[in-house]
Write a protein that binds this ligand. Sequence first.
Ligand code: ADP
Ligand code: K
Ligand code: ZN
Length: 436
Amino acid sequence: TTNNQYWDESSEAISRSDLEALQLDRLKLTLQHASLSHFYKKKFSEEGVDISSIKSVRDIRKLPFTTKQDLRDEYPYGFLCVPKERLVRLHVSSGTTGQATAIFYTRADLETWADLLARCMYMAGARPGDTFQNLTGYGLFTGGLGFHYGAERLGMLTIPAGAGNSKRQIQLMKDFSTNVIHIIPSYALLLMPIMSEMGIDPRRDLKLRIACVGAEPYSEEVRRRIEDFYGIRVYNSYGLSEMNGPGVAFECPHQSGMHIWEDAYLVEVIHPKTLEPVPDGEYGELVLTTLKREGMPVIRYRTKDLTRIIPGECECGRVHKRLDRMQGRSDDMFILKGVNIFPVQVEQVLMNIPEVGNNYVIVLRQENNIDNMIVRVEVNDKIFVEDMRQLQRIQKKITHDLKGELLVTPQVELVEPNSLPRAEGKAVRLIDERKF
Ligand code: ADP
Ligand code: K
Ligand code: ZN
């Protein structure tokens, strides 16, 4: 490339009109291709969809949605559009609830995916010659191999550290001067006290520059905590198995929303009840269509992730639209005393309080027919846990701040640092013990 800012200049520095022309071409191809699958062949004929009537990108609204349930019902091969012999990779989305879904990749799909991830990391400032350490689980989870091949494609020395084994992670960072990491936010928080225990000050002893952080919702406050502790810049990273995995949307150096790669994914935001599009700037459910997927294209996939398109242009000059931080999945939202709450709203309040440590869990419980929210919070390791007066003051402050934000009064329980259970992968932030 001639311009040092771009990994893929022709895709990143494209004009809006060229991008839309490209999208239409790719959408038409995708639809022709998708019609070969068992699922879309049936779906298009049942709903009387005539793909030749798609004359503009906006016409996508004439097409039916695809849901997670469709992917489950068609498990394992119902979405395939190529002979099985052409597949070279399988990932399975665990799905926190219910049956798994299978995602297949051809060689071309893996190339596309690795290239998108290289593009993301290059945009954030990663360069050939850097050392990249991947601190997420490998295996069926797409975050492991997805970032791994993206980092190698970019030209970084890639360390497939995997999840857990914290002391060894830190040792690797030190020994090989790791510059770029991929880590889920809850693990980035849990690693902090372990570093301190080992006498490592990341700003002094490590060479970290960039963290790609995603795979689960987190708040702006958590971003700040990670940036401050490690002395790095945190770039929000979004993706889902149904759309390959990570590499769907990523932040640029302006850290003001995630550019969604519109040459590879067609983006819509809809009202989750009426299913009508919402205007840019308004929150709704993200709906995505693959534009460059060969093995199994997915059309108008309802992600259940709630976000909005940030209106206006980004200072970096890329025309690819920006998604705001995910509020969570519509499934994560809970209703307490008539109020709709996302776990990340609780997190945002907690992480703004300096005495609060790095782990918490929300428990919903029914007592005497009344729903209660118990917020169990670790205090930070500088708090002396025998000092009852101080603990009471902290507890009162947390209760007050949560009530101010959520309009319901939680029951706040303070616990010692590092005492709450930790998940191997994505954190479990909500335990709902209520009977329905
Ligand atoms: P699973 O469905 O088994 O959790 P995935 O890896 O496909 O497996 O999960 C993708 C989901 O993870 C997304 O739909 C979204 O809910 C969540 N996610 C991914 N990245 C982010 C992010 N940066 N912020 C918030 N949520 C995210
Ligand atoms: K998923
Ligand atoms: Zn930008």
